[in-house]
Design a protein around this ligand. Structure first.
Ligand code: IVH
Length: 673
């Protein structure tokens, strides 16, 4: 065998071996190699390729796509997303939450709902798939759309049934709940983790499930994901069945109707929260009626039909050592108190936000003061008040900067046309990427979980890459010099491989996520979705420039003057135009496929007037769910004008004139059935 041939054979054998072990690890969950052996095998392939550049194989780890990096669990898409809950802090929020539900369902204000009230356990959520009674797989929440396949680790938890024998147990169901550690058990793990939640998360993500088994993890079930042939009428009934099937449910679950009773229950439950055997950071309220839940659906990342009523925060006192300014992605200058480290409810806090200049003045907060700091769940700790009895002569008043500490541009307060007041927040007036701190924050946003979701490119890494001059704009991420990265401290071939893989993977993105990832002010996930639906494809988005006619945007339900002017402002800046154009070349930006073959395929609807027992938002959502489109002007392309009480006469007349079908809400429902 010639030298070349034997090298070729060695290379091919290694690739084959890697393929086999990938399968054992990822598909069969039965790895035969240790992490170290696996990494060495991969590295030896890469080294061969480096030496002999004629060696290429589509299955090589250097072609990263298709290869999942080691040490990371196999990813699995959730069939039904695992979303988050919006927060309620007081009675006013609760009244508002209920009001929004009634508006959406177009119900009278005196209508009553039943709520399933459940403790919000502060752990890690997991989704378990059961087929014919057998636990087939278990996945972590991940980013809500895709989690990690951690079946073996979840199987070590005694509370999780591996087989369910009941006749009435659904044939195909995903059961979801919280993995947690009892406070008592956490005592023995205190030296390793900051709080029970971290301990649960850390233990659950052990590569070796025998390590997980050593930790006494628990599981409480509270909801379902995919559920074929779901005949349950309400959530509380489902919770009852969960218990009968052998799942642990919370003994504190209850059903409550009136807002006042919810508040009373919250007050009394909060008093006993520390007596519970697990950490609870609030109560979850879910509309009990599952049909109503389906009607209500989701907004952004959270259901309309549920909310978390948080408990008041834990607090402690500490000394302000200094005040520093943080600059956010939208240029907001936020004063942050650097405080003597203090333990607040199990977490060591050394930074606490002071919100803005007005708050500092109003509370007369000075450097050197002893202040009360509060921390609630995952919300950033904040300074509540000064303990004036402890004030000394050595305290120092803080002068808020008039210039951006990062780029020196002047800072300004915006005028809010609606409230006719100046905003409390001061902002850096520079635009685009000319302010270093803003640019870094924009890039952090771009790679974050809800945007491109690039694993291995966290906030610290973005800062490091910036410092090393590797990145200045989001698009630079797709032109990284991996050789240079490999030589950075703490990096190596394996981590570079992982990063390459994550970057490749993120290139397939929906238009909605792409728009969101740009970090345009006032364009959050929900607005990005509305704009994406309106524009339909990336080609239409990249057409936007300073001369673009935004008049059609005025008809997007949910997009107002503030959002439009923010987008206009964004596209006035040349750098932003370049970012969008360059990114659109690197990325594969897809139109979101929302059930394209529904009953209303290719049909355009317009709504006018108040519909009976249905809000416009719900009608719109029903039409869109069935592939129909909502348009905002009457013309020949319109197929149906959906008319309710007190419609706009002009619209009805125009539609009649050009022969457009006029329908009522009941006609709409009939069309669907
Ligand atoms: S229901 C669509 N019920 O809270 C919402 N979540 O902020 C589905 N959680 O990721 C979640 N206790 O980790 C639900 N009784 C409960 C819960 C609960 C704790 C956690 C869960 C979820 C997070 C949402």
């Amino acid at each position: 065998m010639s030298g070349n041939k034997s090298i070729n054979k060695l290379y091919i054998d290694k690739i084959k071996k890697l393929k086999k072990h990938n399968e054992l690890y990822y598909s069969k969950d039965k790895p035969q190699l240790t992490d170290k052996e696996y990494d060495e095998l991969k590295l030896s392939i890469l080294e061969l390729e480096k030496k002999y550049d004629y060696l290429t194989d589509p299955n090589s780890p250097s072609k990263s796509v298709g290869f999942k990096p080691s040490k990371i669990f196999k990813k699995q898409k959730h069939k039904v997303p695992m979303l988050s809950l919006s927060n309620i802090f007081d009675k006013e929020d609760l009244i508002n939450f209920e009001k929004k539900i009634k508006n959406y369902l177009n119900l009278k204000s005196n209508e009553k709902f039943e709520y399933s009230v459940e403790p919000k356990i502060d752990g890690i959520s997991a989704s378990l798939t059961y087929k014919n009674g057998n636990l087939e797989s278990g996945v972590s929440r991940g980013d809500g759309y895709e989690g990690e396949l951690i079946t073996e680790n979840l199987k070590t938890i005694n509370d999780i049934p591996k087989k369910v024998h009941f006749k009435n147990f659904p044939k195909n169901i995903e059961i979801r709940g919280e993995v947690y550690i009892k406070k008592g058990d956490f005592e023995n793990l205190k030296h390793k983790f900051a709080n029970p939640r971290n301990a649960a998360s850390g233990s659950l993500r052990q590569k070796d499930s025998s390590e997980t088994k050593k930790i006494p993890l628990k599981f409480i079930a509270y909801t379902f994901g995919l559920f074929e042939n779901n005949n349950f009428i309400n959530q509380s009934e489902f919770l009852k069945s969960l218990k009968e099937w052998g799942f642990k449910t919370s003994k504190h679950n209850s059903v409550i109707s009136k807002v006042d009773d919810l508040i009373k229950n919250h007050e009394s439950f909060e008093k006993k929260r520390y007596e519970l055997e697990y950490d609870v950071d609030g109560l979850v309220y879910k509309i009990n009626d599952l049909k109503l839940q389906t009607r209500l659906g989701f907004i952004g990342n959270a259901p309309r039909w549920a909310a978390a009523h948080k408990f008041s925060a834990a607090s402690s006192f500490s000394k302000i050592l200094n005040i520093e300014i943080q600059i956010g992605r939208t240029g907001a200058l936020t004063p942050v108190a650097k405080v003597e480290p203090v333990n607040i409810g199990g977490v060591v806090v050394s930074n606490a936000t002071l919100h803005n200049e007005d708050e500092i003045n109003k509370k007369d907060i000075r450097i050197g003061d002893i202040v009360k700091i509060e921390r609630a769940g995952d919300v950033i700790p904040h300074v509540v008040s000064v303990d004036l009895s402890k004030r000394t002569n050595n305290t120092l008043k803080y002068k808020f900067p008039n210039k951006c500490p990062s780029c020196g541009s002047k800072v300004e307060k915006e005028y809010n046309k609606l409230t006719k007041k100046y905003d409390a927040v001061k902002r850096c007036s520079s635009e685009g990427f000319s302010c270093e701190k803003i640019a870094i924050e924009k890039i952090k946003h771009f790679v974050s979980k809800d945007a491109l979701n690039i694993d291995g490119l966290g906030k610290r890494v973005v800062e490091k890459f910036w410092e090393k001059n590797f990145i200045r704009y989001p698009q630079d991420i797709f032109n990284l010099d991996f050789k240079k990265i490999e030589n950075l401290e703490g990096w190596g071939a394996q981590s570079v491989l992982n990063l390459k893989y994550s970057i490749d993977k993120c290139k397939n993105i929906t238009l909605q996520k792409f728009i969101f990832s740009l970090g345009i002010r006032h364009i959050g996930q929900e607005n990005a979705k509305l704009i994406a639906r309106h524009l339909n494809k990336i080609e239409n988005f990249i057409k936007i420039d300073k001369n673009y006619d935004f008049s059609s945007f005025e008809n997007i339900d949910g997009i107002g003057e503030i959002q439009i002017s923010s987008i206009k402002k964004f596209f006035l800046i040349k750098e932003n135009l370049k970012v969008v154009k360059d990114l659109s070349k690197f990325l594969n930006i897809k139109t979101e496929v929302t059930n394209e073959n529904g009953k209303f395929k290719n049909l355009n609807f317009m709504i006018t007037g108040k519909l009976e027992n249905m809000s416009r938002a719900e009608a719109k959502s029903i039409i869109e769910k069935n592939s129909g489109r909502i348009v905002s002007s009457v013309n020949k392309k319109l197929n149906f004008l959906l008319v309710g009480d007190k419609p706009t006469t002009k619209k009805v007349n125009q539609a009649t004139e050009i022969g457009i079908k006029i329908i009522t809400k009941n006609d709409l429902i009939k069309l669907l059935n």
